[in-house]
Write a protein that binds this ligand. Structure first.
Ligand code: ADP
Ligand code: MG
Length: 590
């Protein structure tokens, strides 16, 4: 028997939505909350080339607000058009997005706000004699006329979402939305220092930022001083860098300006305020060990990117963009911001063992480069047993009754096992052990550092130094204790515990080289994987290294405690097994 579909799955035939319903649905995308209406209208004023913008709020944003500008204005006969969907003066074809200089481009904002509010649009074009206005309620024009006004545009928005009760129910509190408006204005203020902004709530002035007189970074500092106070603005560290047509300017907060959230960060791409996890990550890396975990740097970044190399049309409210070359943007920000920060030493790295910095530097300089002194006394109690990595002088002594191990040609370890013999490749086996340890340190608890008795100065090539800036947090997680003195010099104060390395500088270089090999992607898992592999490969004992009985035993024990003892991270075998049966057969015993 055939069942008819339940009527609840589809009640009616397909039909076109009325234009009002359709525009309400579309408006919901663009104008998700009162703040988005303010944002869109401010963007229009800035796109119109305003030099002075005044925002007035009556009680709350959803109750009523207005934005007045002195921009280019709208011709009287284009007022209606400005309120139509997909009507814009900013682009004509899709290709124009590759040359986009404005914040708006979709021609959706005004009609979307008008669809869900009572809106009044009044504007006087520069060459017009007076202003024209239209009033709209829920998308329908209710009045029009002429009014005296200086050139420019005023948009008044009242009773937002009056005709969409469902949306009204989900609004943030009026006060919360007003705080968000202040932050939005702060962002626009920093993106456009040459524009003066005045903000009034219930006729009381909250701020009046004059247009900055200086241009470039001077103007930005001036605006920053108006926003954060002169002292804070002066303390900010300036960054200016350019790479492959990308321009970065930044004002970086001191470590003590760091916050527990990303609130202190503002990122602008071509004057557009965006949210970018990628750039937040780049910033965090730039600060490296200047900040403890859980603190986020305060910083303002201004990126200028040729419009064709950034896609701004990927997000309904335009808060996210897509970079054509993420790696380049990441490297530019992480590298350029880290450079001036490298001059700020965290207090705990400046002085070692009570020596003054200059004496300490001399002592470091006195040490022959290849020779380093590791502190050999056992780690203080409290350190976890996990901190002991094979092979190390601290490895456990052979247990009574356990068979002796042999090293063959300083390359293989021979270990008798029940029913035969296991032959390990000492390098491959150690590589597997170190790889798994590195992965778990990178994913979880930070590795311990074994402090060097004398910090070691290492000089790196420029690109390796840049790479080190990027990798800082990962290396710290592994247990490296490094201070970047500024290109090209790095100080190694500690190496991951348990390593038997006489040359930490060489190991660091090798590690960086290994990571740089075949790089190109920056997803953080890729970095962790590359760091772990390179570290394991270069820190592992090599063929030719002679091993003590204890070191061999520790290596064997730890290999078989890993999750995949059979192969190294490249897939090469770590051991082969020779069965007694096989030997018996070969000797003709069976
Ligand atoms: P978009 O900004 O994407 O072009 P909008 O719906 O926000 O779309 O605005 C439609 C058009 O109205 C704009 O392209 C612009 O020509 C005009 N317009 C809106 N606001 C202003 C303003 N404050 N000053 C001058 N023109 C404006
Ligand atoms: Mg717009």
């Amino acid at each position: 028997m055939l069942h008819r579909p339940m009527a609840t799955t589809r009640t009616d035939s397909i039909r076109r939505l009325s234009s009002t319903t359709a525009s309400h649905i579309a408006a919901g995308e663009v104008i998700e909350r009162p703040l988005s209406a303010l944002k869109e209208i401010l963007e229009n004023a800035l796109d119109a080339g305003a030099t002075r913008i005044e925002v007035r709020v009556d009680r709350s944003l959803d109750h009523a607000f207005s934005v007045a500008d002195d921009g280019c204005g709208i011709d009287a006969d284009e007022l209606d058009l400005a309120l139509e969907r997909h009507a814009t003066s900013k682009i004509a074809t899709l290709e124009d997005l590759d040359r986009l200089a404005s914040l708006g481009f979709r021609g959706e904002a005004l009609p979307s706000v008008a669809a869900v509010s009572r809106l009044r649009l009044e504007s006087r074009a520069r060459d017009a004699e007076d202003a024209s206005f239209v009033t709209v309620a829920g998308g329908s024009i209710t009045a029009r006329g002429r009014a005296p006004r200086a050139p420019g545009t005023t948009v008044e928005v009242a009773e937002l979402f009056f005709n969409t009760p469902a949306r009204r129910k989900f609004l943030h509190s009026g006060a919360g939305e007003l705080r968000a408006a202040l932050r939005l204005l702060e962002a626009f203020g920093l993106a456009f220092p040459g524009v003066s902004f005045r903000f009034l709530v219930d006729d009381r002035q909250r701020f009046d930022w004059p247009a900055a007189a200086g241009s470039g970074v001077e103007g930005r500092r001036e605006r920053a001083a108006a926003l954060w106070g002169t002292r804070h603005a002066e303390q900010r560290i300036e960054v200016a860098a350019e790479r492959d047509g990308l321009v970065l300017e930044a004002l970086l907060g001191l470590p003590e300006h760091a916050r527990a959230t990303r609130e202190g960060q503002l990122v602008f791409v071509n004057r557009r305020w965006i949210l970018s996890p990628l750039l937040a990550q780049a910033l965090r890396q730039a600060y490296g060990n200047l900040l403890p975990a859980g603190r986020f740097p305060a910083a303002t970044l201004w990126l200028t990117i040729p419009p064709g190399r950034v896609d701004v049309n990927v997000h309904p409210t335009k808060r996210e963009v897509r970079f054509a070359d993420e790696h380049l943007v990441f490297a530019l920000v992480a590298g350029a911001c880290a450079r001036p920060l490298a001059g700020l030493h965290p207090p705990f790295t400046v002085v070692q063992g009570g020596a003054s910095e200059s004496r300490w530097s001399e002592r470091v300089a006195e040490q022959p480069r290849a020779q380093t002194y590791l502190r050999l006394e056992p780690p203080p109690p409290g350190t976890t047993p996990e901190a002991a990595v094979a092979p190390s002088p601290k490895a456990p002594a052979p247990r009574d009754g356990e068979p002796e191990l042999w090293q063959l040609h300083r390359t293989y370890i021979l270990a008798p096992v029940r029913g035969g013999l296991v032959i390990l490749d000492q390098h491959a086996a150690h590589e597997r052990i170190l790889y798994e340890e590195a992965r778990s340190r990178l994913e979880g608890k930070q590795g311990q550092a074994q402090q060097l008795l004398f910090p070691l100065l290492v000089e790196l090539a420029a690109d390796r130094f840049d790479l080190l800036l990027e990798l800082g947090p990962w290396l710290r997680q592994l247990g490296w204790d490094l201070t970047l003195l500024g290109p090209p010099t790095v100080v190694i104060q500690g190496v991951p515990t348990g390593l038997r390395t006489e040359r930490p500088g060489q190991l660091l270089q090798d590690l960086l080289d290994g990571v740089a090999e075949g790089s190109g992607r920056t997803a953080s898992e890729d970095i962790a994987e590359r760091v772990a592999r390179s570290f394991a490969c270069h820190a592992a004992v090599r063929a030719g290294d002679s091993l003590t009985q204890e070191e061999m035993r520790s290596l064997v024990d730890r290999l078989f405690a890993t999750s995949r003892p059979h192969g190294d991270p490249h897939g090469r075998p770590t051991f082969v097994r020779l069965d007694l049966d096989e030997l018996h057969r070969r000797f003709g015993r069976s």
